[in-house]
Design a protein around this ligand. Structure first.
Ligand code: 13P
Length: 259
């Protein structure tokens, strides 16, 4: 099954970057990405003030770009929020929604995240819907209930045609930024569960890309990406170093050939 699905590697810069650093990072990532673009879809999700920079530097290059959050509204009195259409004007094609840092620090509910996913699709963006359990939830044996509920909120709101266009990122909260990745086996177990949940909604959702995120590094990427239901990664810290990010893209390419 994994043979038919293309691999993805998406960088989530979070709140990192400055113009000069971005320019150097984007240049080397764009240079290195060319050789892998046939086998791997590569993208970067940047802080919104840098969309214009990314657009001008990546235009014509085999890289996608996007934002890390969007509003559920198209416009209006929502100070500080950014509409999906604004990102689209800068050539963005991706929007992360429901990252655990937004759920934790901005009290985003699964219903709000679902509304953001729908808004992204309406604007022509591909939402990368993040889901994942905390350590307490894992240790209490609640992983499937938590991630299943987070996914269901999105699947309940979207039509099958819309849901077929989303990307799902499984990011266990305990693995994010901790250096402690899920093992390939732990990640595959949850991905297999998510794949089954998607197919339960409709067989057409078998091809939804399921990315793993949480301390992905050049050293563990290939084993993770070789798992049957892991279609690539959402990369935080390692996406800020071009060498590491490109090594992770190369691991995705190797896994896609081996798959
Ligand atoms: P790290 O790769 O830094 O653990 O972050 C993962 C993440 O949150 C990507 O969205």
């Amino acid at each position: 099954m994994s043979k038919q699905r293309v691999k993805w590697v998406v960088g989530n810069w979070k709140m990192h970057g400055r113009l000069a650093d971005n320019a150097a990072l984007l240049q080397s990532v764009a240079e290195g990405a060319g050789a892998m673009a046939d086998a791997v879809r590569i993208g970067v999700c940047v802080p919104t003030p840098y969309l214009a920079q990314v657009q001008s530097q990546l235009a014509g290059k085999p890289l996608a770009w996007g934002v890390q959050d969007i509003s559920t509204y198209t416009h209006g009195a929502y100070t500080g929020d950014v509409a999906a259409e604004m990102a689209v004007e800068f050539g963005a094609t991706l929007a992360i929604v429901g990252h655990s840092e937004r759920r934790a620090y901005h009290a985003e509910s699964s219903e709000l995240v679902a509304a953001k996913a729908r808004r992204a699709l309406e604007a022509g963006l591909t939402p990368i819907v993040c889901i994942g359990e905390t350590l307490d939830e894992r240790e209490a044996g609640k992983t499937e209930a938590v991630v299943g509920g987070q996914l269901d909120a999105v699947l309940n709101l979207l039509s099958v045609q819309e849901a077929a266009r989303i990307i799902v990122a499984y990011e266990p909260v305990w693995a994010i930024g901790t250096g402690r990745s899920a093992t390939a086996r732990q990640a595959q177990e949850v991905h297999a569960f998510l794949r089954a949940r998607l197919m339960q909604k409709d067989a057409a959702l078998a091809s939804v890309a399921l990315l793993y995120g949480g301390s992905v590094k050049p050293e563990n990427a290939q084993e993770l990406f070789a798992q049957a239901d892991i279609d690539g990664g959402l990369i935080g810290g390692a996406s800020l170093k071009s060498q590491d990010f490109l090594a992770i893209c190369a691991a995705a390419k190797a896994a896609s050939h081996a798959g």
